[in-house]
Write a protein that binds this ligand. Structure first.
Ligand code: CO8
Length: 243
């Protein structure tokens, strides 16, 4: 699946809705056993959640948006398909989350690209299921430090802490992903799927059983004046950096 939402594949409500519809189609297609997610945008895998969906929006809109973010995570993290993220560009915050929902991550070896959960740098807090996902990926201590400091890692640093599984030259990301997929698909589907569920179900169940409360938490947090101010400052910084 190629993500194609210029300029930076930010995860807007529309984008997430379409992403989930396509994912569901593939999930129901019994002939599709594996999914490689990549970006057709140069330099960026995904810039994470679309900040404009959280800035200056009504509580109702924020709630609808957050439900779509939850849905993407739930569908990806529980997918029956073998999933590989071919990370051919930067992947901050929600982009990092999306890649962590996959079974395997391959990143382009370009020191200008970065990946990580940088939420605290924006003055916002990654919710418990973002935290659980990164703990499941890199372990508790590394996750704690990465989350508190809002660290973005270069590909080689990400490889070192296990945030990605392989770093390869930029032009080999997709071919390497295809080779890796062969390995994942060599395992009988039912055995791989049940094992994946054993590993991930407790984490998935936590959100499934508290979706509404999580939406309420998000809405009351993100609509606070102080948080809106942090988002404004961050957006201005993004524009300034560009200039
Ligand atoms: N949302 C909306 N717009 C964005 C975003 C975004 N996440 N990222 C970039 N843009 C915009 C820029 O403002 C710019 O807009 P314009 O053209 O109008 O000036 C345009 O996209 C292009 O951006 P850049 O010029 O910066 O593009 P580059 O190729 O130079 O850089 C990067 C690409 C590295 C992706 C860079 O844009 C970047 O660092 N973006 C910010 C990434 C980020 O911090 N995302 C965090 C989003 S929050 C999240 O995902 C989890 C939130 C959890 C919520 C918890 C609350 C309780």
């Amino acid at each position: 699946m190629y993500m194609q939402s210029p300029p930076v594949n930010s995860l807007s409500l529309d984008f997430l809705t379409e992403f989930c519809i396509n994912l569901e189609k593939l999930e129901m297609d019994k002939s599709c056993r594996g999914l490689i997610v990549t970006s057709s945008q140069p330099k960026v895998f995904s810039a994470g959640l679309d900040i404009m969906e959280m800035y200056g929006k009504s509580p109702e809109h924020c709630g609808e948006f957050w439900r779509a973010v939850q849905e993407m995570w739930l569908k990806m993290y529980s997918s029956n398909m073998a999933t590989i993220a071919a990370i051919n560009g930067s992947s901050p915050a929600g982009g990092c989350l999306m890649s962590m929902t996959c079974d395997y991550r391959i990143m382009a070896d370009n020191p200008r690209y970065s990946i990580g959960l940088n939420e605290t740098q924006l003055g916002i807090v990654a919710p418990f299921w973002f935290k659980d996902t990164i703990i499941n990926t890199v372990g508790h201590r590394t996750a704690e430090m990465a989350l508190e400091l809002g660290l973005l890692f270069s590909p080689s640093e990400a490889l070192k802490i296990g945030l990605v599984d392989q770093v390869v030259p930029e032009d080999q990301v997709l071919t390497t992903a295809t080779q890796a997929m062969t390995k994942w698909l060599a395992v009988p589907d039912h055995a791989r799927q049940i094992t994946k569920s054993l590993m991930r179900k407790p984490t998935l169940d936590k959100l499934t059983s508290s979706r509404e409360a999580d939406i309420q938490n998000f809405v009351s947090f993100i609509t606070k004046d102080s948080i809106q101010k942090s988002l404004r400052v961050y957006l201005e910084m993004l524009k300034k950096r560009k200039g």
